[in-house]
Design a protein around this ligand. Structure first.
Ligand code: DAK
Length: 260
């Protein structure tokens, strides 16, 4: 796959997607969003890839937001189309049948923070800087930030961050539950790789069904969500991985999962 704004690297069963517009702090224009959609479609289909890491090129930014110069002169219809494109791509990542880890190496502002929130797990370097500064530009978040932020950090804190547009560091992001952990700058990618390898060593189907149970269950009434979980649990018994996992435990050996 060749892209103008992305780099894709594969390391065994882990793929690293790097947004590569460092001169614009990796800001998201329509082409970059479309390429992300294409790349994640292909990675979803690639049986060799079990976990994906998403990061930004350079040492300053994950993604500094939607591209302001691209948005500046949009009319209402173009604005709506741009927001819909971003929402579709971010939903694709959120619902991808594989885990996606955001490795946040600097600014994750506006659309960048929203992109990180669409990932399953967020690891930040100590230089991570977060915020939803859209109100400073006279707009609201357009890539579902008003929805994902309160679901991650709670309604009160989300409203304060959305209303003030304040930028905050990785320490605050960790305290409010926006990121899973904070690591030194030099350790960011190794830390993301280590976590990705651990997840990749488990049964890929079980991970996929966990993701489905969490994502879909959280949008359901709780009794229905329990029933949904029970159905997905039942589905595990149609897999070779369940047979292998339980046999391996009883035979006191490490399981050899095939993702089947
Ligand atoms: N878009 C385009 N270019 C950007 C950018 C961005 N978001 N952020 C930075 N850049 C560019 C700068 O213009 C500069 O370009 P040159 O002047 O060198 O050509 C280069 O990256 C380096 O930036 P700075 O010189 O400003 O670097 P500093 O270290 O001084 O400052 C900063 C870094 C991240 C604090 C600053 O660049 C900054 O405040 N950037 C803007 C951050 C921001 O406001 N992000 C949120 C964008 S709004 C919607 C759809 C989507 C959205 C909303 C609605 N609908 C369609 C409804 C989402 C909106 C957003 O994400």
């Amino acid at each position: 796959m060749e892209f103008n704004n992305l780099l894709i690297e594969k390391d065994a069963d882990i793929a690293i997607v790097t947004i590569n517009r460092p001169k614009a702090l990796n800001a998201l224009n329509a082409e970059t969003l479309s390429e992300l959609g294409t790349a994640f479609d292909a990675l979803a289909q690639d049986d060799c890839v079990k976990v994906i890491i998403l990061t930004g090129a350079g040492d300053k930014a994950f993604v500094a937001g939607a591209d302001i110069s691209f948005m500046q002169n949009m009319n209402a219809i173009e604005g709506r189309n741009f927001a819909l494109l971003g929402q579709q791509v971010f939903s694709k990542i959120e619902n991808l049948p594989k885990p996606v880890i955001a490795a946040i190496n600097g600014f994750a502002l506006g659309g960048g923070c929203e992109l990180a929130m669409a990932c399953d797990i967020r690891i930040a370097s100590e230089k991570g800087k977060f915020g939803q500064p859209e109100v400073n530009l006279g707009v609201i978040p357009g890539f579902a930030g008003t929805q994902r932020l309160p679901r991650l950090v709670g309604k009160g804190i989300a409203k304060e961050l959305l209303y003030t547009g304040d930028m905050f560091g990785a320490d605050v992001a960790f305290r409010i539950g926006l990121v899973n952990k904070v690591v030194p700058v030099a350790e960011l990618l190794d830390s993301a790789r280590e976590l990705a390898k651990k997840i990749a060593s488990k049964g890929a189907l079980a991970i996929r069904l966990c993701k489905e149970a969490v994502n879909e269950g959280l949008e359901m009434e709780v009794e229905k969500a329990y029933a949904h979980e029970a159905n997905l649990f039942g589905l595990c018994f149609a897999t070779e991985d369940q047979k292998e996992g339980m046999s391996a435990f009883l035979e006191k050996r490490a399981p050899q999962f095939k993702g089947k």
